[in-house]
Design a protein around this ligand. Sequence first.
Ligand code: LER
Length: 281
Amino acid sequence: MQFGASTWLWTSPFTSDQVKLLQTIADLGFDFVELPVEDPEHIVVDKLKPVLRDLGLEAVVCTAVVGERDLSAEDPKIRQIALNYFESCLKLAEGLGSGCLVGPLYAPVAKPRLSTEALRRAEWERSVASLAQLSQTAGERGVRLGLEPLNRFETDMVCTVEDAKRMLADVNSPHLGIAVDSFHMNIEETDLCEAIKQAGDQLVHVQVSDSHRGVPGDGNSDWAGLRKGLQAIGYDGKLSIESFSPDASSLAEAVCIWRRFAPNQDEFARRGLEFLRHWWG
Ligand code: LER
């Protein structure tokens, strides 16, 4: 298992000149860094790649699915904006050697509302069609997409591994898998171990934080169940800490992070990694 940290823990947006932050992540002992792409222009592969290589950090590229990045939208122009954005992210993922591109690719974060069955079905079908198109590009670039279920307060489309599997079945592409986030799972899944087993070999990436999105180990998540599930499917991929700084994030607002979980974000990451190594070891 390789452990990583998302730059969202410290900053937003990430730009490729934030070398000091990458140095901190490497010094803390992480194996890889998760890079959220808020604006594809912010990340320059030729600049970033040698920095990551010198620091011994691998990269996982993560999407920031907000605003008009909406594959479920009725307006084809909006769906095209989303496709263009995801395609730029895929290009970055390929350039940075990230085997996957993860996030709630099907629809933007923080969009839940009471809707009709018919409207939800139409949105689902538009997302499925767009994801089929995107999966093809992903395949061409040698990157696997990881569809991330979100909790009910952030989406009404894919909240559980079961929902994600239904979407994967509809898209029907080997280039589309599942990325789970233990924070969302803790809210939505009945049993963490069973949910991981359900994802099985379709699991491409894992993000964690604790039940309150604080430091792993500080909350009331079922860490034993999560480990049992990951062991049962023989997962030996990447697992990263994803949370947000209340100081700096467009996403902090979308995901309702209002408070601090550690005296500073380095401490959040340090204690989180210590817990995870112990938990997995
Ligand atoms: C949002 O809650 C989330 O978990 C992210 O991965 C945002 O893309």
